[in-house]
Design a protein around this ligand. Sequence first.
Ligand code: HEM
Length: 415
Amino acid sequence: MSRRRLLGTAGAAGATGLVLGAAGGATGYAATRDEAPAALTSVGSTEVMFHGKHQPGITTPLQARGHLIAFDLAPGAGRKEAAALMRRWSATAERLMTGEPVTGGSADGTGHDTGIALDAGPSSLTVTFGFGATFFERTGLKGHRPPGLDPLPPFSADHLDAGRSNGDLWVQIGADDALVAFHALRAVQKEAAATATVRWQMDGFNRTPGATAKPMTARNLMGQIDGTGNPKPDDSDFDKRLFVAAGAGDAAYDWLAGGSYAVVRRIRMLLDDWEKLPVERQERVIGRRKADGAPLSGGTETTEMDLDRAGPDGKLLIPDNAHARISSPERNSGAAMLRRPFSYHDGIASDGGPDAGLLFICWQADPLRGFVPVQRKLDRGDALSPFLRHEASGLFAVPGGAAQGEYVGQRLLES
Ligand code: HEM
């Protein structure tokens, strides 16, 4: 039975399974095991749509596992080869996101799926594709390179490794199951075949769904609740902030309508230093309480920060250099972005500290009105900066979602 078929029956079987599990216990389960497929849990069965106005993996809830991988086109590969690759990748992403194996005629010529994700459902898999500035030169499409891809300015806190930065093509993979995510990563790598070679790859994680009693904003490796101030889908300007509007500029950039820009920063956390700070100091660095994410000006996590409120000693409750104050839209002419990161941990670095931190990914309709002004300001006096090191950076234009029968980037590559 194909995995899709299994999923198709999982809803009904799931309900039955639940009843049997409660009433019939182990015997009930054994009696049905041979006839009916076992139900997938909600984690396994959750499916994200591949087709749509926007690509998946932008507003999709954070997944437990992530892989970021950048490729450069191989010597001799140009627009035609890039188009064929995007067509292959899109078809595979669509299949894998429904829980199907890679098709029989897999691009690496072996004709079979690796089997890594067999037995698992889609597990909220998303695969998202982006183009770096250099992609446009390599494909002869320079005239279609949008101004939003102009290189990010340098920042004083940068310790960037060029080999782990940028790239012609970028793929973000997220899933709530580690094997499902790795399966997709292998498929994407293998299908790049002779067209594109891996430039860098980074692996990340978030909290596993179901690990907390109720859905909560995620925590990062510094222990902070991280993501509270993100734009919300029901904000009236949510789409405008995140996605490039149709007809927004020169017709040469029309292909990016419904798309977005991803700024990717590998930010190492100097955890040995951070963890030496008493919790009250850590809270003043951010401007929010560690336990529940509430602003130091009072209330609960969702209470708006009162940036002017002072304590009995006359000092601001949310300090002048607190990260949440400096990065807030109020202090940045409304600049906002959707932060959708993964944590990472790659063992111990050469300095003896954990090589761990945040694969910071933020989404916006225009990096010059999102990431850039905010990072400029943070760079000048954020209380968090002494505990961070920006080690790699990428900026990618992420086309809108593919319509049925279309592949991602088709409107650019066939323009
Ligand atoms: C490892 C690095 C970073 C850590 C650990 C971190 C952590 C946090 C935390 C704990 C908050 C408060 C809760 C929340 O609103 O999400 C926050 C808010 C925020 N951060 Fe960061 N951050 C980091 C890097 C950055 C960078 C590089 C930027 C952008 C250039 C940024 C932009 C923001 C924004 C826009 C907010 C929301 C402010 C608001 O709405 O009031 N952060 N961050």
